[in-house]
Design a binder for this molecule. Structure first.
Ligand code: CLF
Ligand code: SF4
Length: 499
């Protein structure tokens, strides 16, 4: 039961490729059967998320609990962002959509059911969908997300359905804290509130996690970080879920704004800042693998994590599109992806060898504009988000992303948007882009953020480490005075698809 949880954390010794999970580039110390499950799952492997896509089908509308960060008009906020209503599908429509997407996006490797309510509050639709997809598209991994209340009742079905990955949202293990997060639960034909509700929910979540771990299902735990309610306590949650065999822990910031109409939105409960989130994730890392690349995506999300192609696959469109699902074509495409992925890892390692025996206590954050494939391949003005890497003499480590408003609108830069972008990457020393115009360039420099466009279309890790070497050289020679950059804002309620 513990083998998944106990392999070492995300990084090996200095100057080697990262091992472990959440951000692994190679099998490292993972047992082969676990590596097979995570290597091309974009949520379970940070490195895979640059190359492989996932999709969700919104077949599960009902929910059996009420979280204070959720408005029932919108998707499940545990695995999807509030703000966009999904188109509900029948299992038969869902399987057609999977085949259409698998035809169009050959690097789509995972099907998740994550709402818009709770997958296990809709067990017939959820398991019927998985059954149909397993028959029609056997190379696609099946993934399920749940609040955990009904989980212990469905463990046998999950195992029988060959669902390899299950996410449970566990925000607390203390019923008194839980009473501040959950308004009610509906369990065994009865509604519970307050501490009673939270106690039942917590017991069922932890029981379900243990049962799945014992059966060899890879479990990820999602936790929503809610300042002044569970932020300090999440370190205890981290220990508890690790002890019960969780493979990966994903601590996500609360998304809360009055216009969402949630309890937290209306009472002014704010989310954490970027540095508050990072500090908590850092505190938990080492104890177990941390996921830092979650985008709190929609219940009908399609594409690479961080892009949203769901609008291309509405029900009307999927009924008209061709299905040419072909295992051999998909495998050939994925083999090419693996070649590119391996080249990126080798380039990063080669760049790191240039540090020779040098070590430095200096670390900096940098922002990167990317469309995927591990490349610096997005224009500053077109970026919907920036990926953030921490650079040290040990290497470039992905630590998160920052959603932003797209700067360039109809060919013109929007001044207001530029200031929100700068606030979003304010803790970064540099921003790497494929291209950038003169106006944003000079504003970034004024804000102390160096725009870097000399590595356009090159690998991210290799390029950022090459820049970092020259940065350290300038610090050593006295040309640059190294200074900490402070904090950055996490944009509330940003909609990737609306940008
Ligand atoms: Fe979907 Fe979740 Fe499976 Fe991924 S999402 S059911 S594990 S395939 Fe991924 Fe999206 Fe974050 Fe979820 S980025 S919200 S962690
Ligand atoms: Fe909303 Fe998901 Fe919580 Fe249900 S489990 S109330 S859908 S956030």
């Amino acid at each position: 039961m513990q083998s998944a949880a106990e392999h070492k954390g995300c990084r090996t010794a200095a100057k080697t490729a990262q091992a472990g999970c959440g951000s692994q580039t190679s099998q490292g110390d993972l047992p082969s059967e676990i590596w097979e499950k995570v290597k091309n799952h974009p949520c379970y492997s940070e490195e895979a998320h640059h190359h492989y896509a996932r999709m969700h089908v919104a077949v599960a509308p009902a929910c059996n609990i009420q979280c204070n960060y959720c408005n029932r008009k919108y998707d499940c906020a545990n695995e999807s962002r509030p703000g966009v209503v999904s188109e509900k599908l029948t299992p038969e429509q869902a399987v057609r959509k999977v085949l259409v997407v698998a035809t169009t996006i050959p690097q789509m490797t995972v099907l998740g059911i994550a709402g818009p309510g709770d997958a296990l509050a809709n067990p017939e639709k959820t398991f019927k969908t998985f059954e149909l997809v397993a028959k029609a598209a056997p190379d696609i991994k099946l993934c399920l997300s749940t609040n955990g209340l009904a989980l212990p009742d469905h463990v046998d079905t999950i195992v029988r359905s060959k669902i390899d990955h299950v996410t449970i949202t566990i925000n607390t293990i203390d019923p008194e804290i839980g009473a501040k997060i959950y308004r009610w639960i509906f369990f065994n034909h009865k509604r519970y509130t307050g501490i009673d509700a939270a106690r039942i929910l917590t017991d069922r979540q932890l029981q379900g996690l243990e049962m799945l771990s014992e059966r060899g299902i890879l479990c990820k735990v999602n936790s929503v970080m809610i300042p002044h309610i569970n932020d300090q306590h999440l370190v205890e949650v981290n220990k508890a879920v690790k002890a019960r065999g969780a493979f990966l822990h994903n601590i996500m910031p609360l998304i809360s704004a009055p216009e969402h109409g949630t309890v937290f939105g209306l009472n002014g409960q704010c989310g954490p800042t970027a540095q508050e989130l990072k500090t908590l994730q850092d505190a938990c890392e080492g104890k177990m693998n941390m996921m830092r690349h979650c985008r709190q995506c929609r219940a009908d999300a399609v594409g690479l994590i961080g892009e949203d192609r769901s609008a291309e696959f509405s029900t009307d469109q999927i009924m008209k599109m061709d299905v040419k699902y072909d295992l051999a074509t998909r495998k050939a495409y994925q083999d090419r992806v693996e070649d590119e992925r391996a080249a990126s890892v080798v380039a990063h390692q080669q760049e790191l060898t240039q540090f020779a025996a040098e070590t430095s206590a200096i670390t900096v954050l940098v922002a990167v504009a990317t469309k995927g494939s591990g490349l610096i391949n997005e224009h500053f003005g077109h970026a919907k988000e920036f990926q953030v890497y921490e650079l040290s003499t040990s290497g470039a480590k992905f630590i998160g992303h920052r959603r932003v408003d797209v700067y360039c609108q109809d060919g013109y830069g929007e001044e207001d948007r530029l200031s929100t972008i700068i606030r979003g990457i304010h803790d970064c020393h540099a921003v790497f882009v494929a291209k950038i115009g003169g106006c944003p360039k000079s504003n970034l420099i004024k804000a102390g953020i160096e725009p870097v466009d000399q590595y356009a279309h090159e690998f991210i890790e290799k390029s950022t480490i090459a820049w970092f070497r020259s940065y350290l050289d300038k610090v050593k020679s006295g040309d640059v005075q190294h200074e900490e950059r402070g904090d950055a804002a996490i944009r509330q309620g940003a909609l990737i698809s609306a940008a």
